[in-house]
Design a protein around this ligand. Structure first.
Ligand SMILES: Nc1ncnc2c1ncn2[C@@H]1O[C@H](COP(=O)(O)OP(=O)(O)O)[C@@H](O)[C@H]1O
Ligand SMILES: Cc1ncc(C[n+]2csc(CCOP(=O)(O)OP(=O)(O)O)c2C)c(N)n1
Ligand SMILES: [Mg+2]
Length: 333
């Protein structure tokens, strides 16, 4: 049976226990829990990806392996953490050796790229109920180390709002692949959905400059909204300042806005920082490009006392009708 609760309402109603413990943390609500263990500060996150919900049932298992870890590393990036290790829990309908071999190769490639060893996990079989096989799912818990650590809390009035990368292509890929939008899904666009790059180096750099940070998994406006709520501030954003790929630029204005503002699945970062940090941001961008990574950092707005004002390049205000991703958004009682 469905419910009227959004994901966030469901979590705060049933699972925000607030039981005091021996280790100090900031509690639920950020990309990572920052946990103080003696002299060490850990950033810990967990994310599940499930067939049919996070990837299409016929997705290449190699990219499923890569992405399962990448989405968790993206949460570590949002906390400014250095990845240290991860756990892997699998719920599988059967032992499909070919699938597992490719999945394992993809997972391993990302683990090696970010020097993040797999140190444990769990493996179970999903049941058939009334002849229907439960979809398989992959849960990863990743642990990193931070000095101070970034959260969604801390944005200050007057701060700039920044976004990494060209958001929207993962959503474009999903719409094209499922036939909801017309057109061919090019390799670059498919890559954005299948192989997102966790912004680990950027996150560690931002740990020195950002006042708040989140990753864009649920859509730019929703994830920026989480920063605004946690920081008790508002924002003014020029939506035309978001970097856009050639493929998305070629779509209609409404499709482009839907993909960029609400699409999700991008795993880029959104953060706030004082205007004094602008030169440092441009320097980081320049260095990345000199090292062969075509990174783009976009300054898209300003933190204001409250509300959310969206404008376009002509200065006109844009109505915010964009919802962002919510697992339970379409359910009714
Ligand atoms: N079932 C749950 N029990 C406790 N905390 C949860 C649960 N689901 C999500 N959370 C927490 O709620 C916050 C929002 O979750 P989510 O939007 O999934 O974050 P993220 O996009 O970083 O994965 C996070 O701090 C997460 O740890
Ligand atoms: C088959 C399929 N349907 C829909 C999507 C789009 N999608 C799935 S999950 C998601 C948002 C992120 O997922 P979530 O589980 O909320 O990750 P978290 O925010 O917890 O990191 C999006 C945009 C997809 N990638 N694949
Ligand atoms: Mg999550």
């Amino acid at each position: 049976m469905g419910s009227c609760l959004s994901e966030t309402e469901l979590i705060s109603r049933f699972f925000d226990f607030q039981i005091p413990g021996h280790w100090s943390t900031q509690g639920i609500g950020d990309d990572c829990a920052i946990v103080e263990v003696g002299q060490t500060r850990l950033a810990i996150t967990t994310d599940t990806v499930a067939s049919g919900t996070h990837f299409l049932p016929d997705a290449d298992p190699f990219t499923v392996g890569k992405k399962s870890l990448a989405v968790n590393l993206s949460d570590l990036a949002a906390a400014g953490a250095v990845p240290r290790c991860f756990f892997l829990s699998l719920s599988l309908p059967q032992t499909d050796l070919k699938w597992l071999e490719a999945f394992s190769r993809g997972l391993r490639e990302t683990a090696e790229e970010f020097s993040c060893p797999l140190i444990g996990g769990d493996t179970t079989k999903t049941a058939k109920i009334e002849d229907k096989q439960a979809p398989f799912s992959i849960t990863i818990t990743a642990i990193g180390e931070v000095q101070k650590g970034l959260t969604r809390q801390g944005a200050q009035i007057g701060d700039d709002i920044w976004v990494s990368g060209r958001v929207g292509d993962a959503y474009l890929a999903l719409m094209l692949r499922t036939g909801q939008w017309k057109g061919l899904c090019t390799q670059d666009v498919a890559h954005a959905m299948d192989c997102p790059t966790p912004r680990i180096a950027l996150g560690q750099f931002l740990a020195h400059y950002a006042t708040a940070c989140a990753d864009i998994s649920d859509g730019f406006l929703k994830d920026l909204g989480n920063i605004l709520t946690r920081s008790s501030v508002g924002a003014r954003v020029n939506i035309d300042d978001l970097a856009v790929s050639e493929a998305l630029r070629a779509r209609s204005r409404d499709e482009r806005r839907q993909a960029q503002l609400a699409g999700g699945d991008d795993y880029e970062l959104v953060w706030t920082a004082s205007p004094q940090a602008r030169a440092a941001m441009r320097e980081f961008e320049k260095t990345a490009r000199m090292q062969g990574e075509p990174l783009v950092l976009s300054r898209v707005g300003t933190i204001i006392p409250d509300g959310l004002i969206l404008v376009d390049n002509s200065g006109c205000e844009v109505m915010n009708t964009f919802k962002g991703f919510d697992h339970f958004a379409n359910e009714n009682v």
